[in-house]
Design a protein around this ligand. Sequence first.
Ligand code: EZ4
Ligand code: CO
Length: 404
Amino acid sequence: MRITSADVIVTCPGRNYVTLKITTEDGTTGLGDATLNGRELSVASYLRDHVCPLLVGRDSGRINDIWQYLYRGAYWRRGPVTMTAIAAVDCALWDVLGKRVGKPVHQLLGGAARDGVMVYGHASGQSVDDLLDSVGGFLDQGYRAVRVQAAVPGLESTYGLHHPGTGHTYEPADAAVPTDNVWHTPAYLDFAPRMMKAVRERFGYGFHLLHDVHHRLSPLEAAQLGRSLEPYRMFWIEDPTPAEDQEAFRTIRQHTTTPLAVGEVFNTIWDCQYLITERLIDYIRMSVSHSGGITHLRRIFDLADLYGVRTGSHGAGDLSPVSFAAALHLDLTVPNFGIQEYMGHLEPASEVFRTSYTFADGYMHPGDAPGLGVEIDEEAAARYPYEARYLPVNRRLDGSMHDW
Ligand code: EZ4
Ligand code: CO
């Protein structure tokens, strides 16, 4: 079935989302998420100016050929903008295919390998007491896994805290010019084990405990952190060091048994090949929408399976419900699934995106609607035009830039 149009929808219902909509000659439409937080318009342009014109007239069922055509055919390859754009096309084509044959995407991938997808929620607090209330709330809702982040005493701001009044949804991209945060490693290394101790003392060991370091430590600092957290049996620590220095993970691993997760800033199989084949990580966190779509990410997951690395895909609120649905379809099918991040979306995103995924007992399911199971209301999307919004930046006490 030929593609007749490919359109880019940019909208800001609570935060910016870029969505690709592909239409075929029988009127079937498919959606792909093209959101790249803080760089949204670059992907919108890559698609509108360079990809959409090339799609019209192509056979929508030749998903593998279109993937290769866009990847090899650009000559310039890899990188977040390119791979997010290709991912949007890929997911939209899987969505079209599912709708045309009347089956959910997970069935097209060979069917479910599990009944549900274990997700982790995001507890956070301005103090340890506040964090404990938040963790309790997630456990009461049935979550089996919770990520914990709390304000580091002495620092004015800390990564990963929900804003008062937004429930438990965390949204860091909130300013037209990036906000300056201040970072001080000793304060963090002192606080992190005390935070985990408080959580385990209150709630015990009957649920998975996760934490995101967000690329802020050196290898030896990360090793110290991992050791100090060993008594609290973490499910993982995420992004302990900046992800591009892959050898750093060998240093961390030589010193601690705390499991390691990384990958939300990676875009291709080449970015994680070394980490996986050298067994330097336990979980690969790449997302469908920043890593070339379902077609590419399933290859990465297969490589990971050979080396005992499990999946733990990025699922922050800056990936749209379309991306999240695609993640759930893939998660349901892969043998080496580990866990799925689930942050949810700020209102009024539900006015724009109608989803069919469900949550029960700590597990999610993408539903059995044909395709990905997400629809976009374009009239609602038009009510929320693009707004320039950026992630914060991080500076050390002396004013020099640090990783955020
Ligand atoms: O900072 O998605 O694990 N989740 C994260 C996120 C990322 C944002 C960046 O756009 O690290 O909060
Ligand atoms: Co993260």
